[in-house]
Write a protein that binds this ligand. Structure first.
Ligand code: UDP
Length: 347
């Protein structure tokens, strides 16, 4: 199959620090090549891939919120060649999905964000102008606000396990890894650390104005007595942090569509204690691969149950559920369905 994979415009794949979508796109493009497909990856310059790289920007532009031109130029560089491919799989955002209206090549668009509020309204409009675009969810929960859209597959994210070695080891600190944004809950992780008296290491992205504001108000004042902020961490630093933690806290309070940090932690053999929001119950099997609680205030009590989990069992669980081969198979099925749908509606 000749597949075009369209990555987000802003950063190279795989990412050097923060960047969930970039990791997934990189793994998918490589996995499709390994499965024998002819893949062109449209991504920022500096990307590393087993696919053919088509980069409209020689250097990754970095996120430029509100600037449509770079995003449009990046997406158009793919759609201008649409007729050279059997299928396009877009991961670049809503603009890419809307451009599905411009081509008869089947477009499979992966929705990476949540669908409540304005994004949901925009996807409704996209469905009006480009009803043929097949949507892929990354969890079933993600579809809930908009169940009637043109969903053709659910393809949960995956990991390259070779770069997340399992280290069965009971650490002495709690870990929070993620964006410094209120819904991700670093401040709730701090409350858990205070309640248990355990050290807490916080690692994560702090780039946008909103993230800084939140950090100054709710995180920074508590960086004392074993609670520390390490900044945004690279892959190597992150793996070491995950491997050596006693538990990773995932105290979200939003409809998070997936949550790569959870599977990264399990792969390293470290249990996750997470709140029951978004995709959490689809990603963690409570009592086998992690502990799911209703509120973050239950986390201190859940620590004992998390300690009982076997690191190798966590590893087995993620290898069964979140391998790149499984993700590639899911996507190939989605592409085949989109191609079959396009040829039956043309007939
Ligand atoms: N990440 C990282 N360094 C950091 C913070 C985050 O490498 O300092 C990674 C994290 O390990 C994960 C990704 O960025 O792979 C974030 O993806 P996730 O799905 O967990 O959250 P999102 O921010 O996309 O909601």
């Amino acid at each position: 199959m000749k597949v075009a994979v369209l990555a987000p415009a802003w950063f190279a794949v795989p990412p050097t620090g923060y960047g969930g979508i970039e990791w997934v796109v990189s793994l998918l493009a490589d996995g499709l090549v390994e499965a024998g497909h002819d893949v062109t990856l449209f991504a920022a310059g500096g990307s590393h891939t087993k696919a053919k790289l088509a980069a409209v920007f020689p250097e990754a532009p970095g996120r430029q919120i509100g600037r449509t031109f770079p995003e449009l130029k990046h997406a158009l560089s793919c759609f201008a060649h649409a007729d050279e491919f059997d299928v396009i799989n877009d991961h670049s955002g809503m603009l890419g999905a809307a451009l599905g209206a411009t081509t008869s090549t089947p477009l499979v668009h992966t929705v990476h964000g949540p669908l409540d509020g304005e994004p949901g309204e925009i996807y409704e409009l996209i469905a009006r102008v480009a009803p043929q675009v097949g949507l892929v969810s990354i969890s079933m929960n993600q579809r809930k606000p908009k169940p009637h859209l043109n969903w053709i597959a659910n393809c949960p994210n995956a990991l390259d396990f070779s770069v997340y070695p399992c280290k069965p080891h009971r650490g002495d600190y709690l870990l929070f890894l993620g964006r410094l944004s209120p819904d991700k809950g670093a401040h709730r992780a701090i409350a858990v650390a205070m309640a248990t008296g355990l050290p807490l290491k916080i690692a994560g992205k702090l780039q946008e104005a909103k993230e800084r504001e939140y950090f100054h108000e709710l995180v920074e004042p508590h960086l004392v007595d074993g609670i520390e902020y390490l900044g945004e961490v690279t892959h190597g630093e992150k793996v070491e942090l995950l491997q050596n933690a006693r538990a990773t806290l995932f105290p979200i309070e939003w409809e998070e569509p997936f949550g790569l940090v959870m599977i990264e932690s399990m792969a390293c053999g470290t249990p996750v204690i997470a709140t029951r929001w978004g995709a959490v119950p689809e990603v963690i099997e409570h009592g086998r691969s992690g502990i799911v609680v209703d509120r973050y205030t239950e986390m201190p009590e859940a620590l004992e149950a998390a300690d009982q989990l076997d690191p190798w069992e966590l590893r087995r669980y993620v290898e069964e559920e979140f391998s790149s081969q499984r993700m590639v198979r899911d996507y190939v099925r989605a592409y085949e369905a989109a191609i079959a749908g396009a040829s039956s509606s043309a007939a």
